[in-house]
Design a protein around this ligand. Sequence first.
Ligand SMILES: Cc1cc2nc3c(=O)[nH]c(=O)nc-3n(C[C@H](O)[C@H](O)[C@H](O)COP(=O)(O)OP(=O)(O)OC[C@H]3O[C@@H](n4cnc5c(N)ncnc54)[C@H](O)[C@@H]3O)c2cc1C
Length: 297
Amino acid sequence: MNHDVIVVGGSFAGLSAAMQLARARRDVLVVDAGLPRNRFADASHGFLGQDGKAPFDILREARRQLAAYPTVSFVEGEARDASQEGEGFAMALGDGRTLRSKRLVLATGVADQLPDIPGLKPRWGASVLHCPYCHGYEARDRRLGVLASGAMDLHKAQMIPDWGPTTLFSQGLAIDAETREKLAARGVAIEEVPVVELLGDEPKLCGARLADGRIVAIEAIFASPTVRMASPLAEQLGCALEDGPLGPLISVDDWKATSVPGVFAAGDAARANHNATLASADGVLAGVGAHRSLVFG
Ligand SMILES: Cc1cc2nc3c(=O)[nH]c(=O)nc-3n(C[C@H](O)[C@H](O)[C@H](O)COP(=O)(O)OP(=O)(O)OC[C@H]3O[C@@H](n4cnc5c(N)ncnc54)[C@H](O)[C@@H]3O)c2cc1C
């Protein structure tokens, strides 16, 4: 067996898991393709002690601290195929090697599927935002939009006025009378004609062009992408998945154990609410969970 634990994904969840295992003096390998979900944003917010730092700076420092532990190693690249082998697991890497471990931690994150509106993708993480707690403060007092794609956005639209004057672009979503009243009470304008293009000097935003040709001035817009697993490893291993509000997620217990004994999962791939602090906390649980299972079986 090459390693006690292979952690796939070296971002907020994976590095946090590896840290616990390293401090338990276990041999842990982190395999990371280097594509954290928030890489499109210049700064990460709300992570205690790290507010406003660039995502890659946070991760670089975390990795530097982890590398100080003698039982940790890293592979930069992709884990392609995972399978059970005897009491443990075999992991085929993109560089052709196959490595083995007693336990696995999947911290592979999710991939965003953005609405197909011209001008939206190049502004993702800059003026097209997913979460007001992450980036709302930086957009405060600007003209804000909410691009509806489901009922959750009607809820979100009622929150956004705390950051700035808000227009809800309903995109064909039905809004009942009670919700209209609540939106009106919060001062939210409703625009029923669909947005067909986002405008302005990329990645800035100055307006949304509607299907009838009108332009509504906005400087940031909240969109809710659906998500898919960033990696097929959980499915390859036969881990049970469940439906989350935005897409599938890996089912885990309180210690982040999946339905497959010996496989743990943490972070966005295994939780409904996506946030770097929560992903990191899940990683701690998965790392401790994997360590406990090495000790107690
Ligand atoms: C635009 C944007 C901005 C955000 N801003 C904030 C913010 O300000 N504050 C906040 O708290 N949250 C923010 N988030 C949410 C935050 O990015 C996620 O909650 C967090 O990154 C989840 O961490 P994770 O470790 O689970 O997954 P990720 O950070 O997505 O990391 C997964 C890692 O696994 C690697 N990986 C995947 N598959 C494989 C494989 N097969 N082999 C090897 N490696 C693999 C990836 O390359 C990646 O490095 C933002 C999200 C987005 C989309």
